[in-house]
Design a protein around this ligand. Structure first.
Ligand code: HEC
Length: 218
């Protein structure tokens, strides 16, 4: 083989090599921790698209970058600023940049010993235990006062847009949540920053047919 052909062959293998790693960020040290906090509740080991291990996540790397940059994942499914909801799942700007830079840099694995010790697939912070559940639909009149901690939609199909409000006996209207392009596969609950006290006789109304569970605490 001539020197020139050898150089060419080397170049070809180099180009054919799967990825050229240009980042120090790794799955085991950096990305897995973010995924544990923000994705594992839905992308755990037994989910449709598990992202718990490097082998599972790597084929999705480009899709992951697109989903987080467009803020499609983690999904929200409600209009921000309507009602007083806890912003529990959102990634910070810094986390978004870390994930994007990891993907652009070739999505390397890193040393398996750097993986977080905690079990995968468990939410980092369990949601507060919620006592009673009351299922409502278009118009639900409360027969007793409740303290509302959260709402869980029970949809069979994507909810394009549905505002859920509470009309109090004195006529005031309290905004609860505005579901927007909520995909039932997300199967999530929306918690309020503070529980909302609603008196007996309050009517929960929705602008589109949607069933939901009212999660109450004492
Ligand atoms: C509340 C549940 C939930 C959370 C949290 C969540 N996902 Fe998803 N994700 C889903 C579901 C359900 C799908 C299946 C597609 C669909 O119907 O929306 C999906 C699909 C995806 C896909 C595939 C998109 C495609 O190309 O089809 C990627 C990639 C993804 N999620 C990444 C993430 C990442 C990364 C996080 C965390 C930063 C995350 N998701 C958090 C529920 C969730």
């Amino acid at each position: 083989m001539t020197l020139r052909a050898l150089a060419f062959a080397l170049l070809a293998t180099r180009l054919m090599a799967h990825d050229i790693i240009t980042t120090n960020l790794t799955f085991t040290r950096d990305i897995s921790r973010i995924f544990d906090r923000h994705c594992a509740t839905c992308h755990g080991p037994s989910s449709e698209i598990p992202l718990s291990t490097y082998e599972q996540a790597r084929p999705w790397a480009v899709a992951i970058k697109e989903q987080i940059l467009s803020r499609a994942m983690p999904p929200w499914g409600a209009v921000k600023g309507f009602g007083n909801l806890k912003p529990d799942h959102a990634l910070t700007q810094e986390e978004i940049m870390i994930i994007a830079a990891w993907v652009i840099g070739g999505a390397p694995q890193g040393n398996p010993e750097w993986l977080p010790k905690q079990a995968h697939g468990k939410p980092a912070s369990p949601s507060p235990s919620i006592g009673d559940a009351l299922t409502g639909s278009n118009e639900t009149k409360l027969t007793e006062p409740i303290r509302l901690a959260g709402i869980r939609p029970l949809a069979d199909a994507t909810v394009e847009s549905a505002r859920i409000t509470a009309r109090l006996p004195n006529g005031a209207v309290q905004p609860l949540i505005w579901l927007y392009r909520y995909n039932p596969k997300w199967n999530r609950d929306f918690l309020f920053r503070e529980p909302i006290t609603l008196p007996k006789g309050a009517v929960i109304e929705t602008t589109a047919p949607v069933r939901f569970v009212l999660e109450t605490i004492n």
